[in-house]
Design a protein around this ligand. Structure first.
Ligand code: MN
Length: 298
């Protein structure tokens, strides 16, 4: 029995893979992003997470015309925007709008279809400043892809913060739960999403449910996973949880986005802003968008 457990641990350590950004581009004219996936071909390994763009940190000079990305559609998944620096404004065809700043999260469920714009917030853009944000796409299971669109603004104050042992740092629970602290985000499939801040020279164990796909994205600092897998700025460590605690150690003060979830074992068909199960459904999505069925911004 003991041998079996040790074997599992060794396997897990060896299975940690570290990725650098696979591509970079500008979304609209306001988000200079480095993409971690799908550019690294991680569709399967990180399901239900299907896209991660890391925006910035980038300095944008003052302007009266806010930069960003204008009206565009989505169908079949959720977009999660996490702001670390700067302010982002959102408006969609379902009538939702909002502004998120440092520590805030916007969780938009595109599902059957939505049209939205994502811009630098007007007053922030007028002053100019540094933007640092993540956009994460979370896939929906087939049964929920055509459900009604939704929108959750989760402000900093709503996100519980757990203090780690021995002054190692803190962990904010956006979704899922840690030591009884429950994240406010409502999700369609089981997901854990944490904003982890680790102090230099400190470690913390991460306890993720067995079988979950796990990604640790390092926004700043330097860290290691299980003592041996080094992760630097804008790198992503990926593994599957065996249920055993995984040790994360900060070599420099580190800010890490921890994403973990139960994989969705269904075919993935994607075309730009649409993520469905089949090619026929993608063609339908394009047709529905062009026919105005996903609505427009008023
Ligand atoms: Mn969008």
């Amino acid at each position: 029995m003991r041998d079996a457990i040790e074997t599992v641990n060794v396997k897990q350590t060896d299975a940690v893979k570290v990725y650098q950004p696979g591509s970079q581009h500008v979304v609209g004219d306001g988000f200079h992003v480095r993409n971690l996936f799908p550019s690294n071909d991680l569709d399967r390994e990180l399901s239900p997470f299907i896209m991660l763009d890391y925006a910035g940190p980038t300095f944008y000079p003052a302007t009266d015309t806010p930069r960003g990305v204008g009206e565009h559609p989505h169908r079949g998944f959720e977009t999660v925007t996490i702001v670390y620096q700067g302010r982002v404004a959102h408006r969609d065809s379902a009538g939702n709008s909002g502004v998120i700043g440092p520590g805030d999260v916007q969780w938009m469920t595109a599902a059957s279809g939505i049209v939205h714009e994502e811009l630098h917030e007007k007053d922030w853009a007028k002053r100019g400043g540094t933007l640092q944000a993540i956009q994460l796409w979370v896939n929906l299971p087939k049964a929920s892809k055509m459900s009604a669109p939704g929108y959750q603004t989760i402000v900093n104050e709503q996100i519980p913060e757990v203090q780690l042992d021995r002054g190692a740092g803190s962990l904010r629970v956006i979704a899922g739960s840690v030591r009884g602290a429950k994240g406010p985000a409502k999700t369609f499939t089981p997901i854990e999403l944490y904003d982890l801040r680790l102090r230099a020279g400190h470690s913390t164990p991460l306890q993720i449910p067995t079988g979950y796909n796990v990604g640790l994205f390092l926004l700043s600092g330097r860290a290691s996973v299980q003592g041996s897998h080094r992760v630097s700025e804008a790198e992503l460590a990926v593994f599957t949880s065996t249920g055993q605690p995984v040790t994360v150690t900060a070599e420099e003060d580190a800010t890490i986005l921890v994403m973990a979830g139960e994989g969705i074992d269904e075919p993935v068909a994607r075309y730009g802003p649409f993520v469905m199960n089949t090619k026929a459904e993608l063609i339908q999505a394009v047709n529905d968008y062009q026919a105005g069925k996903m609505g427009h911004l008023s």
